[in-house]
Design a protein around this ligand. Structure first.
Ligand code: GLV
Ligand code: MG
Length: 330
């Protein structure tokens, strides 16, 4: 049984670290690894999977360990994407990276997750390595990429498979290939489908599993890296649904993702004002009311919950208020 939500004690500080932009960096390229340290992404993931040719993987493991232990990543979340369990590389990827840089690593990203057992296997391996090397057991998180039909069908169980799971990530390129979608342009609608959004069911299923289990939901790559308008448009769709961030394959995509997945300034100000006003109106000084008027809008406990989401995302993004509600003077 998954944990049921606790009695409402949600505060802005409960919200996890932002992952508005998740920059992909090929582990086989030391120059890119070095350059990534200075970029403004919330997260980096150093890739041992599809961005590394098979013969480059052993060298990439070494580059990644060196780049992590050298430091210089600031506040970025540091993840390493290993190869999936159907390959021959996964166990060596995990062992070499975590033994070499476990203390300097936040998450392992596991691609092509198809069943909860894939997560359990990684969890067990991480626990053994952490125990053997005196690392805090359970600190390294898991990010699960959903990239085919079986993974999507099992996404709820995958999200619940371990407390280590921090994110559920949509992998659109592999997903489109796996379901035989008639398009080569990742994130764009397949030609001939003109009655809706071909990705809606997939994105919503991932989002529901993530929210049901208190994980972050992340949208995957947009491959036309020179098309910044296209990137904004596709990022805007998953952001509108409630996703927490999106991959960036190129530095030009980072600022756009940080912007699209942050609240608008007016929404952030409004959310903070709802929290202040609701706090005051429910207090004895404000009349201990359950619902109250804020300007033309009625606010109640549900408004506070919505405002908390926006406020927490804004605070995590380092936003400051430009407008402040004051209690009415008596
Ligand atoms: C990412 O891994 C994708 O397949 O889109
Ligand atoms: Mg993929």
């Amino acid at each position: 049984m998954p944990d049921s939500p606790s009695l409402d004690s949600t505060t802005a500080s409960d919200v996890p670290r932002p992952r508005r932009s998740c920059l992909a960096v090929p582990g086989s390229n030391p120059r890119f690894l070095h350059k990534a340290k200075g970029l403004d992404a919330d997260q980096v993931f150093l890739d041992l999977e599809d961005a590394c040719a098979p013969s480059a993987k052993p060298g990439a493991r070494k580059n990644i360990v060196a780049a992590l232990t050298d430091g210089g990543w600031g506040n970025k979340i540091r993840a390493v994407r290993v190869n999936d369990w159907t390959t021959k590389w996964t166990y060596q990827d995990v062992i070499e990276v975590v033994e070499g840089a476990g203390a300097d690593l936040d998450c392992i990203m596991l691609p092509k997750v198809q069943t909860p057992e894939h997560i359990v296997a990684l969890d067990l391996l991480l626990t053994q390595i952490e125990t053997e090397h005196g690392l805090e057991v359970g600190r390294i998180g898991i990010e699960a990429q959903i990239e085919n039909a079986l993974g999507l069908i099992n996404v709820n169980a995958i999200a619940a498979a371990s407390p280590r799971v921090e994110t559920i990530i949509f992998g659109p390129a592999d997903f489109m290939a796996s379901i035989n979608m008639k398009s080569l342009v990742v994130g764009e609608q397949p030609p001939g489908y003109d009655v809706g959004d071909a990705y809606h069911h997939i994105l919503m299923s991932i989002l529901m599993a993530a929210r049901a289990h208190d994980k972050q939901a992340i949208d995957g790559p947009y491959l036309q890296v020179r098309d910044t308008d296209g990137f904004s448009r596709v990022a805007g769709r998953s952001a509108a649904l409630g996703f927490d961030g999106k991959w960036a394959l190129h530095p030009d995509q980072i600022d756009i993702a940080n912007d699209v997945f942050s609240p608008r300034q007016e929404d952030y100000d409004h959310a903070e004002n709802i929290l202040d006003a609701y706090d005051w109106y429910t207090s004895d000084a404000g009349g201990a009311k359950g619902a109250a008027m804020l300007g033309e809008e009625m606010i109640d406990e549900a408004s506070r919950k919505m405002a908390l989401v926006i406020s927490a995302k804004g605070r995590a993004a380092g936003m400051s208020r430009t407008d402040r509600w004051e209690p009415p003077s008596s």
